[in-house]
Design a protein around this ligand. Structure first.
Ligand SMILES: Nc1ncnc2c1ncn2[C@@H]1O[C@H](COP(=O)(O)OP(=O)(O)O)[C@@H](O)[C@H]1O
Ligand SMILES: [Mg+2]
Length: 230
């Protein structure tokens, strides 16, 4: 379980200090799909960064299975990120000089996972192993990023606006692959989005407004990527 307790995050100092997270608390149980929903500037990416150990909170705690990672030093946090979590962003951050297979292998090597080709096949890119990212479409590049993140076998996958750069068809397809793999592999998933439609796919929705949680609810029925509006 992930416990976010009274998390505060500030940027800047003195008069220019801005409190971006103003005491945020919620729990996510293992294997769940949670969406963090809110308008641009509400603090979603900041919350994702703190919850995933990319950044440290200025107050409160982030606890994974009883272990408070807010107390970790930089070296421990690096180790934590390497072993426990995966990331997918709006930008794909693929290495341009490496092939699809080599990009995914980078993730797999972190977990000494030798069976990474199956994950490339699972995202529909089994016939593109030797291609460079620049020769792929945006949707295909995002699927390479999905495969690379999952080849690491993360306990928790964090996604920040993963379909932000994709058109409707490729966006739906990417979400379909992500959710299918989450159900199959059983990892916990926390996705940031400003899109209310995407929130209908989640088990739990955490609504952010100006650095605070305004509402948390569970969806009674969960929709697929092809059932939601766009
Ligand atoms: N590194 C930073 N330094 C200063 N202000 C920041 C920084 N990162 C984010 N902010 C500010 O914090 C607020 C929330 O940003 P962010 O978490 O990126 O929101 P969201 O992802 O919901 O759009 C915004 O007002 C933004 O300008
Ligand atoms: Mg953001």
């Amino acid at each position: 379980m992930i416990e976010i307790k009274d998390v505060v995050k500030r940027y800047g100092a003195g008069e220019s200090c801005v409190e971006v997270l103003k005491g945020v608390s919620f729990n996510i149980e293992d294997g769940r799909f949670a969406v963090i929903l809110g308008a641009s500037g509400s603090g979603k990416s900041t919350l994702l960064n703190v919850a995933s150990g990319l950044d440290k909170p200025d107050g409160g705690s982030v606890i994974y299975d009883g272990e408070n990672i807010s107390l970790y030093d930089d070296k421990q946090l690096t180790q934590f990120r390497k072993n426990k979590v995966g990331f997918i962003f709006q930008q794909y951050y693929l290495l341009p000089h490496l092939s699809v297979e080599q990009n995914v292998k980078l993730g797999a090597d972190l977990a000494k996972n030798e069976d990474y080709k199956s994950i490339i096949t699972a995202v529909g890119l089994g016939d593109k192993l030797r291609k460079r990212p620049s020769s792929l479409s945006g949707g295909e590049q995002q699927r390479v990023a999905i495969a690379r993140a999952l080849a690491k076998k993360p306990q928790v996958l964090f996604l920040d606006e993963p379909t932000g750069a994709l058109d409707e068809q490729t966006g739906r397809q990417a979400l379909d692959y992500i959710c299918g793999l989450q159900k199959e592999l059983g990892f916990t998933m926390i996705m940031v989005t400003h899109n209310r439609n995407i929130a209908e796919m989640a088990d739990i929705v955490v609504c952010m407004n100006s650095g605070r949680i305004s509402e948390i609810y569970q969806n009674q029925t969960v929709k697929s990527a092809y059932e939601i509006g766009w």
